[in-house]
Design a protein around this ligand. Structure first.
Ligand code: PEP
Length: 257
């Protein structure tokens, strides 16, 4: 039985003060949710990570970052490394989000280097994969998913893949208000799990947690999370307000599989 994991990707929103306010509100609203039902993660921008860590320390909310560089340190102006994230109290790191692929030239190769570096330093990568609308309309959804999954996991062993989280995020559903239907999400998640079983083995595929991301809201959470191969959500817009994110987390915790 895979535990659901709900992560909020705050993107380039929230100052330090706003981060403290939102993290405190989430802590208040979610304090009584048993950690056995669902993992809760918030991913504020780099500038607010340390302050967010102070708020969520010893709570049922874990901290994630939105990206990292694969080198440990050096002359890489503007970058942040895995040990720096660990030092700030981070446990998870989003890698290869479609916005990074689209606007910052992220490739399967850079995603793979970042995933390996994150694992080497004890961070849990949330590796994003997903097709564009053009890909879907051209019938290329599974081909793109196969490229993203095989490219991102290149040279990793099964015991490493078991630690990773994959987020299936159809690009056409991100920030657009268009959600994949539960059947579309299930189909893509099953494809990814079967691919991992083919590339590794049954146990690795069955342990792998696959989140869905793309306009997840309180109203569509239960149906999406109820799909057999959907193991959580990566939430953008709806994670920026305490009420909507808490409601998504609470609805997920009530889902029976
Ligand atoms: C995301 O940024 O990962 C995302 C899924 O955004 P939204 O929920 O706003 O579509």
């Amino acid at each position: 039985m895979r535990k659901l994991i709900i992560a909020g990707n705050w993107k380039m929103y929230k100052t330090i003060g706003e981060t403290i306010e939102l993290a405190n509100a989430l802590k208040r609203q979610l304090y009584d949710l048993g950690s056995e039902t669902v993992d809760i993660v918030i991913c504020p921008p780099f500038t607010s990570l340390s302050e967010a860590a102070e708020v969520v320390i010893e709570s049922n909310i874990a901290l994630g970052a939105q990206d990292m560089y694969w080198q440990e340190e050096g002359a890489f102006t503007g970058e942040v490394s895995a040990p720096m994230l660990k030092d700030a109290g981070v446990k998870y790191v989003i890698i290869g989000h479609s916005e990074r692929r689209q606007f910052f030239s992220e490739t399967n190769d850079s995603v793979n280097k970042k995933v390996k570096a994150a694992l080497n330093y004890g961070l849990i990568p949330i590796m994003c994969v997903g097709e564009s609308l053009k890909d879907r309309e051209a019938g290329l959804t599974f081909k793109v998913l196969e490229d993203h999954v095989t490219g991102g996991l290149k040279d990793l062993g099964p015991e490493q893949v078991e630690k990773i989280i994959i987020a299936y995020e159809p690009v056409w559903a991100i920030g657009t208000g268009k959600t994949a239907t539960p059947a579309q999400a299930q189909e893509a998640h099953k494809f990814i799990r079967d691919l991992v079983i083919k590339l590794y083995n049954k146990q690795t595929g069955e342990l792998l947690r696959i989140q869905y991301g793309g306009s997840v809201k309180p109203e569509n959470t239960k149906e999406l999370m109820g799909q057999p191969d959907v193991d959580g959500a990566l939430v953008g817009g709806a994670s920026l307000k305490a009420d909507s994110f808490s409601s998504i987390v609470k609805s997920s915790s009530e889902v029976k599989k």
